[in-house]
Design a protein around this ligand. Structure first.
Ligand SMILES: *Cc1c(COP(=O)(O)O)cnc(C)c1O
Length: 357
């Protein structure tokens, strides 16, 4: 039996995609083998690779002066790749709005002069700090921030203004809402939140930022290495990339990012409206910065939180335990979570409240 899986990552995938993958699992397109078994130099994989790159360009409306690569190492490897690839002065500013943003900042500090220009740690990352151009230093290589804060359930609502190129971690929100790529220098995201299985990481790099790597930057971390080889410098995350292609096809059939954004906003509104009307549940994030992908909430006591998680799971609503830094519950409602899943969660929440008030 399939459950409604609210996991923060790896996370739910569209059933249609899983079924398509299952159908092709033993014999991909008459090759007589699985994508897991074939050479990344085969004509089959070459087509997968090309189509995956083309589809993400189309879905995100990525301008001509950007390249896209699919690499290994997760979003976390990009925390190090960013300062090593954009290393003209070895100096950059970070906006620290959560655990991953802080980790990225910590990694960068190994490589030079990196400071936090703004942070929301003073209020346990429950808001997004206002940032203005004059808060950033001059001669910096970039400004780094994280659009959607997976653990704390906040998100940026506008693109910060800066002289330096913007570098943004989109791991938990890529393809969930429309974004003007031309405003950024570099975007990156692990696949396992909103796209496909863990293993592939997407990096989008503006062309004028591809020759700024520090001499010591490892070949495997250098974006230009993979850009020159169309993500085939070494063995790519083949299966993860293939499933990503199927997810992109599916998303395109559904009307693309604009259409899915509307559904995402509807799902998030349904959940937040219910939480706000209830005197039993609460969400501690400043309303204007609430994430539409990750919704943390709590019941009135630790005991009730634990009971909620247990009983929800028994009702087919699983992986609702909040991150240990926040506690309580967290519902991750990525692109692949159907409206029915959120409805079922809200219905369960109502019932639980009545029984435990
Ligand atoms: C999950 C996540 C990461 C870490 O991703 P890995 O692929 O596990 O390295 C980084 N940033 C954000 C915003 C995330 O949600």
């Amino acid at each position: 039996m399939r459950v409604y899986n609210f996991s923060a990552g790896p996370s739910i995938l569209p059933l249609e995609v899983l079924e398509r993958v299952q159908k092709e699992l033993l014999d991909y397109q008459g090759s007589g083998m699985s994508v897991m078994e074939m050479s990344h130099r085969s004509k089959y994989y070459d087509e997968i690779n090309n189509e995956t790159h083309a589809l993400i360009r189309e879905l995100m409306n990525i301008p001509e002066n950007y390249d896209v690569i699919f690499v290994q190492g997760g979003a976390s490897l990009q925390f190090e790749a960013v300062p090593l690839n954009l290393h003209t002065h070895g100096k950059a500013d970070y906006i620290v709005t959560g655990n991953f943003a802080k980790k990225a900042f910590k990694e960068a500090q190994k490589f030079g002069d990196y400071v936090a220009a703004a942070s929301s740690e003073d209020k346990k990352f429950t808001y997004i700090p206002k940032v203005t151009k004059d808060m950033f230093r001059s001669d910096i290589d970039y400004v780094h921030f994280c659009w959607n804060n997976t653990i704390f359930g906040t998100r940026f609502t506008e693109i910060p203004e800066a002289e330096a190129p913007l570098v943004c971690d989109l791991s938990s929100c890529i393809l969930s809402e429309e974004l003007d790529v031309s405003k950024f220098g570099v975007l990156y995201a692990g696949a396992q939140k909103n796209i496909g299985p863990a293993g592939a990481t997407i990096v989008i790099v503006r062309k004028d930022l591809q020759d700024k790597a520090a001499p010591l930057c490892p070949t495997m971390m250098k974006w230009s290495t993979q850009i020159e080889q169309k993500s085939l410098y070494n063995t790519p995350p083949c299966f993860s990339t293939y499933v990503a292609m199927e997810v992109f096809r599916y998303l395109k059939e559904k009307g693309g990012v604009k259409a899915i954004q509307k559904i995402n906003e509807e799902k998030a509104k349904m959940l937040y409206d219910f939480i706000d009307e209830s005197s039993f549940y609460s969400n501690g994030v400043q309303k204007e910065y609430r994430s539409i992908m990750n919704v943390p909430f709590v019941a009135p006591s630790e005991e009730l939180n634990a009971k909620f998680i247990k009983e929800a799971a028994a009702n087919g609503l699983v992986t609702l335990k909040g991150h240990k830094l926040v506690g309580g519950m967290r519902a991750s409602i990525y692109n692949a979570m159907p409206v029915e899943g959120v409805k079922a969660l809200v219905e369960f929440m109502k019932k639980f409240e009545l029984e435990n008030k």
